[in-house]
Design a protein around this ligand. Sequence first.
Ligand SMILES: [Zn+2]
Length: 354
Amino acid sequence: MNNKDLYYKLFDLPGVAGGEHFVKDFVKSELEKYSDEIVMDKIGSVFGIKHGPKGSPVVMFAGHMDEVGAIVVGFKENGLIKMKSLGGMNGKVFSSQHMNVILEDGTKIPGITGTVPPHLKEAAKNADEFDDLLLDIGADNEDHAKELGIKIGDMIVPENRIVETIDGKKVISKAVDDRWGCGMVIELMKDIKDLDLNCTVVAGCTVQEEVGLRGAQTASQMINPDIFIALDASPCGDVIKSPQAWGKFGDGFLLRFLDRVAVMHKGMKKLFIETAKDNDIKYQYFYSAGGTDAGKAQLSHSGIAAATIGLPTRYIHSTTSMFHEDDHEAAKAIVRALVKKIDSNVLKEVHKNV
Ligand SMILES: [Zn+2]
């Protein structure tokens, strides 16, 4: 994939809700290279601005920096670490996994979420809920774990290799949700740096999406855009037999017409569909039982025309996930077509259509 190094670096960085600082520092340093100006809210969200002509529409693009993971909440006498999940996670897929505790200075302390071997099955039951799992870092006892530098509140993230599948078309990694969106905004600012646009583009990343769309609330209030577009990895259901499963690899970006916190803005839906058709960009309708930052941003001030451009991603909110590069390219194409198209007249049309 293009700019592979940028995306792989983002996937690899650790950062759960409230612990996005390593990601934020990297995103900020990248955005600084391509933006006229950097703005931040006071909880860690960071955005770059490319100014358009005076009075032109302000279009905001946002990925979110937090990945699903956990936080240290205590120690057992035997040295095992008690954890609490940050973001919706299925405990069943988290047993017997490599996970790292990340110390304040970034040091990784490797560990595994233990399971009970079949030999001892009579003695204990494996956990179903994530918060029932314990992390074993090999500490001999509670004091030893503390001596190794671990503190309550440290974050815990899955440890996984990033790989490209054998056909070279899909990528497997942790944190695609939503470091993909972080890579998208950085690449966007880079690509449009020297273009003359008829809108102001504000592109960057929010914090704490996975625990309640919190950074979207503060960042959208701060910027008060005319249009808000979330760029987020969404659960692709093409490997599940369920009427609730939406999304198919290779069928394009996700047009999220409905989710738990948003019914897609009519004007935005028309804009997305027309722009996709005019530019031969593949898209697919998508329903989700979850939500994105767009759901929160739409409620800022007197309301903001907000929508999501989604990347179909299999197995999100687990230790690892997979996406198709063609869908990534479709999402990149619609974002670029939109920033080239949006001007005062387009905005008027969007706002009229509610
Ligand atoms: Zn997400």
